[in-house]
Design a protein around this ligand. Sequence first.
Ligand SMILES: CC(C)(COP(=O)(O)OP(=O)(O)OC[C@H]1O[C@@H](n2cnc3c(N)ncnc32)[C@H](O)[C@@H]1OP(=O)(O)O)[C@@H](O)C(=O)NCCC(=O)NCCS
Length: 196
Amino acid sequence: MIPPFFVEGLNLSVVMPAVSPCPATPCLRHESRVVCDQARIVPYSETEAKGMRMEPISPQEFTPCEFTTEWRGAFENAEVNALHAECFEHRLLADDWWSQVNRFSLGWVCSRHLGRLVGFVNIAWNGGVHAFVLDTMVSSAFQRQGIAKALIGEVVDRAKDTACEWLHVDFDPHLRQFYFDACGFRPTDAGLIALK
Ligand SMILES: CC(C)(COP(=O)(O)OP(=O)(O)OC[C@H]1O[C@@H](n2cnc3c(N)ncnc32)[C@H](O)[C@@H]1OP(=O)(O)O)[C@@H](O)C(=O)NCCC(=O)NCCS
């Protein structure tokens, strides 16, 4: 089940059904470039916590939003495992991404097309001023449409709102155009040791 989560700064919690997002679940607009208004804000009753909550709208009311990009968006582990296996060309794994990113990451971004996870990036964090772009991936059928650039743009905007001062990335040479030209990283020296 996709867990309910809290939207920073808005005092909203989102009630997510136990099925995959869009079109069955609403999309939520909060501060930045996410997404569409397919949810309704309702006050908590007296017996509930203070604040407001978002309730899914009915299927009749729902108009699917084509692409959504969401910082710290909810996801199922199976979705990320499938996307990672496709994009990095390895067998399907059963990693617990949800626990991992919630423990160790500054954040992550989910990009969805009609509810299907088509892009993802994970931002590891040292707990201080350094954050690290990992696992940038876009499903092959959706590549070269600016989705990864939008993922990184969302990360940069969000990371600027934190105490982090530096966003790092490393990559294979063929992605210089993507990271340097499209995303605005500047070249720097970096090092790497294979431990296994
Ligand atoms: C790398 C990856 C995330 C790019 O996703 P994407 O959504 O296709 O990228 P975008 O459409 O946002 O690309 C923006 C620009 O970056 C450049 N770019 C993107 N992918 C590129 C590639 N494979 N080779 C060269 N330039 C590339 C292009 O200039 C592109 O603009 P254009 O399409 O108008 O020419 C995607 O190809 C992918 O998932 N690859 C497999 C996993 C991987 O290697 N991830 C990187 C880990 S460091």
